[in-house]
Design a protein around this ligand. Structure first.
Ligand code: GDP
Ligand code: MG
Length: 233
């Protein structure tokens, strides 16, 4: 199964993936693909964490627009996943981290069988309420770093409640590296989805295209349609 992890920079995606490896690599054969714009920073962070053999962690450098690589033209990611699957067959779980700098980044179901969208409390309590395709329709929404909530003046429970009400029954998980119960719940969710996937009960869900957005160079574009409607300007 291929599990995508998307969400804004700094919300704790790489840390979450390292945690999943730590929790599950004894029972599952795992590999990781990271997406970064210009570097392999995330891959190096994960290799340094020592949670998987380093050769099971591949980096894709996406170039200018990280969303394209997980949504419109997933070829470089599929090649990275297939290389890992060929080298370490049989793999149970490949986790793909998006290089997301965007609140609305989502994976194509052609790349990810299931996807997690990651927010953190430090991004503000209203983020969950504002919604967006990943927040509303990813298979799991993580509200991360709940240990920081009192320090940033956010009511984590309210943030989870707001997110839950915008998701029509899809799960929301409050997560913190300092809360073992939440880490076990995250690992348990992945095990359950994997069991459903193997039983043929899990259907990859497309959260929908990301919203139009702009980049630091001032270009604005959408990611709707077939990937050729990629307008700059
Ligand atoms: N307080 C706290 N910090 C966290 C937690 N998870 C991750 N972080 C920190 O958040 C920062 C960004 O994490 P990272 O995993 O690199 O985020 P990414 O950009 O989404 O991959 C790092 O300094 C992490 O140590 C958490 O549960 N609690
Ligand atoms: Mg990262």
């Amino acid at each position: 199964m291929r599990l995508g992890v998307a969400g804004p920079v700094g919300t704790g995606k790489s840390t979450l993936i390292a945690t999943l490896c730590r929790e599950l690599a004894d029972e599952l054969s795992m590999a990781v693909v990271t997406n970064d714009i210009y570097t392999d920073e995330d891959a190096r962070l994960l290799r340094a964490a020592g949670v998987l053999p380093v050769e099971r962690i591949h980096a894709v450098e996406t170039g200018a627009c990280p969303h394209t690589a997980i949504r419109d033209d997933v070829t470089p990611n599929l090649l990275a996943v297939e290389d890992l699957e060929a080298e370490f067959a049989p793999l149970d779980l490949v986790v793909v981290e998006s290089g997301g700098d965007n609140l609305t980044a989502t994976f194509s179901p052609a790349l990810a069988d299931a996807q997690i969208f990651c927010l953190d409390v430090a991004g503000g309590g209203d983020v969950a309420r504002k919604g967006g395709p990943g927040i509303e329709r990813a298979d799991l929404l993580v509200v991360n770093k709940t240990d920081l909530a009192p320090h940033v003046g956010v009511d984590a429970e309210q943030m989870v409640a707001d997110a839950t009400s915008s998701r029509g029954g899809l799960p929301v998980l409050a997560l913190s590296q300092s809360d073992d119960v939440s880490i076990k719940a995250l690992a348990g969710w992945v095990q359950q989805v994997l069991a459903d996937y193997r039983a043929g009960h899990h259907v990859p869900r497309d959260p929908g295209p990301m919203a139009p957005h702009s980049h630091a160079d001032g270009t604005t574009h959408t990611h709707e349609g077939d990937g050729h409607g990629h307008e700059h300007g």
